[in-house]
Design a protein. Structure first.
Length: 263
């Protein structure tokens, strides 16, 4: 999604102002470079656009098109899959222009770059489970979209950001469960219980909370706390009676060497 360009009227006004003077327009070179960048963007020649917009930013940092070219550079970086540069450019714009009318776009693109860096398109094809990957980019995107929604709840980009937040929250919660399963396999039962509690506390509206309860049941069994395991099992049955770890009202441990638990 591209930031709104300067209007043709604004460009015409600049040209007329230059013609009104007897001296050559001081920003003629900047205008030409900006026009070239616009043509590159409009014709999807994004590598060229990156070079032209970078030149604008370097040579005319306080020029007439400085802020707009900085916004469009974020977009151009995104289009050439340079997620890190897109995030850095967005962060820079937010820092330099916190009150700009399109600063919400910079927040959105920063989140979108992190989102794309996680290769989420592969998740939809069931080729990989994103929750099993390094979740650094996922957390960055989650934070970025959350900040956009908090700061600009009525932004054009808020609705899409909210939908992405829901998906990212589910991915992060599943990632926590992957860690909890690792702890169970390594017999770090208290750590597994704590991780299950973390999911329930921090991601309460995700499907993963039900499996978090199952993790806690098994963790308590590993700790020999069958009473606590029974209490948690009752909550699991109440909230997810069809959980794959259940056979009716009986819980079947996956990793812990303990008898099945029935309530």
């Amino acid at each position: 999604m591209r930031a709104l360009p300067l209007t043709a009227l604004a460009l015409a006004s600049t040209l007329l102002a230059g013609c009104a003077s007897n001296e050559p327009a001081p920003d003629l070179q900047e205008q030409d470079l900006y026009r070239q960048a616009q043509v590159s963007l409009d014709t999807s020649r994004f590598n060229s656009a990156v070079q032209q917009l970078e030149a604008l930013d370097t040579r005319f940092p306080f020029g007439s098109y400085a802020e707009q070219s900085q916004l469009e550079l974020i977009y151009a970086y995104y289009q050439v899959d340079n997620w890190e540069a897109a995030r850095a450019a967005a962060s820079r714009f937010i820092r330099l222009h916190p009150d700009h009318p399109q600063v919400d776009y910079a927040y959105y693109m920063r989140g979108l770059a992190a989102y794309s860096a996680g290769r989420f398109s592969l998740e939809s094809l069931d080729l990989i489970d994103i929750s099993k990957r390094d979740l650094g980019a996922t957390r960055d995107a989650y934070v970025d979209f959350g900040e956009l929604v908090r700061r600009f709840p009525n932004s054009t980009y808020a609705a899409d950001s909210r939908q992405r937040i829901i998906y990212l929250r589910n991915v992060l919660a599943r990632g926590e469960l992957q860690t909890a399963d690792f702890y169970l396999r390594k017999q770090a039962y208290l750590a597994a219980v704590k991780r299950g509690e973390w999911v329930i506390e921090h991601y309460p509206n995700t499907p993963a909370t039900r499996d978090a309860l199952a993790v806690m049941v098994e963790g308590y069994l590993g700790l020999g706390l069958r009473d606590r395991a029974s209490e948690t099992l009752k909550v699991l049955i109440q909230n997810d009676p069809d959980n794959e770890r259940l056979d009716g009202r009986t819980f079947e441990p996956r990793y812990v060497k303990a008898d099945d638990l029935t309530v």
